[in-house]
Design a protein around this ligand. Structure first.
Ligand code: NAD
Length: 282
């Protein structure tokens, strides 16, 4: 029995609330990093076609000796492939790179509202096909702002199971989270420790010292208590283990407020603004 709670998604599937992210894990180190995380106890891996390490992710799952059904694997549609036929080909490639016949969750990585005539709805309808044919157990989006979610609600059949967005103490992203809560879309918080930038903040180190925990554990615990899904990334086994050990302590209501009050609004983003982001890999 895992110590990580499961979150029920709006399609009835469940996802472990804590996972392991592999953004910026070099392709040739990914299998070993994923196996290390699975050996520690993680059962949820977050990759993407853009990270160029789906192959290592699949290999790491196989190397762990676990049953495929016991590991929740997410991947994402890359930005160059929003046209329907491109999306179908890209999804075939994702499954083939992973070496799986299904993914647990497949996401549109970015909405790209300034590209493809702003038509992420047609792209979403292709993900609905993958859900119908069973090759994606759940489907969702990433970096969707409230107007993007409202448009899907008006023009598509399926409500995304998750929205994976930037959330951490310097950018709490409350309006997008609130929309998700109201409409049954689970929030996944990417860069949960702001790639390390929040770890020296005195408000966080103060709570960490009082609880005899590390700053990373305090911030990850803050996300867990807010109900979001997180998948911190590290290639250092000791940190991967530390990030997993967040289920045997709690932040008080005052601690939660102290961390939440670090929010800097838009200034706190570490990544691009999804309204204007238009990066398409070569
Ligand atoms: P993160 O907030 O998880 O920070 C990762 C960095 O923090 C690591 O490189 C490491 O240097 C440091 N770190 C990790 N654990 C630590 C610890 N215990 N103590 C001290 N330092 C520690 O940032 P991230 O990798 O950007 O985000 C996590 C995951 O979110 C990614 O791997 C990816 O799966 C996902 N993500 C998705 C998007 C998206 O657009 N959908 C964008 C960025 C990240």
């Amino acid at each position: 029995m895992s110590i990580v709670p499961n979150i029920e998604l709006n399609d009835g599937n469940t996802i472990p609330q804590l996972g392991f992210g592999v953004y910026q894990v070099p392709p040739d180190e990914t299998a070993s990093a994923v196996k290390t995380a699975l050996d520690i106890g993680y059962r949820h891996i977050d990759t993407a076609e853009m990270y160029q390490n789906e192959k290592g992710t699949g290999q790491g799952v196989r190397d762990s000796g676990l049953n495929r059904a016991d590991v929740f694997v997410t991947s994402k549609l890359n930005n160059g492939f929003h046209e329907p036929d491109d999306a179908r080909r890209a999804f075939d490639s994702t499954l083939s790179e992973l070496g799986f016949d299904y993914v647990d969750l497949f996401l549109i990585h970015w909405p790209l509202p300034t590209l493809y005539g702003g038509d992420y709805v047609s792209t979403w309808k292709v993900l609905e096909e993958f859900k119908r044919d069973g090759r994606a157990k759940s489907i969702g989006v990433s970096n969707f702002q409230v107007p993007h979610l409202q448009r899907l609600a008006a023009e598509a059949e399926t409500v995304p199971a998750v929205n994976q967005i930037e959330v951490h103490p310097y950018f709490t992203n409350e309006d997008v989270r609130a929309y998700g809560l109201e409409h049954g879309i689970a929030t996944e918080a990417w860069s949960p420790i702001a790639q390390g930038q929040v770890l020296d903040d005195p408000a966080i180190t103060g709570v960490a010292e009082a609880l005899c925990r590390t700053p990373a554990q305090v911030v990850l615990r803050w996300h867990i208590q807010r109900g979001d899904i997180v998948f911190p990334k590290s290639v250092t086994p000791q940190r991967v283990k530390e990030n997993y050990e967040i289920f045997d302590f709690e932040l008080s209501a005052d601690d939660m407020v102290a961390v939440s009050s670090l929010d800097k609004g838009e200034q706190g983003r570490t990544g691009p603004n999804p309204d204007s982001f238009d990066y398409v890999p070569e």
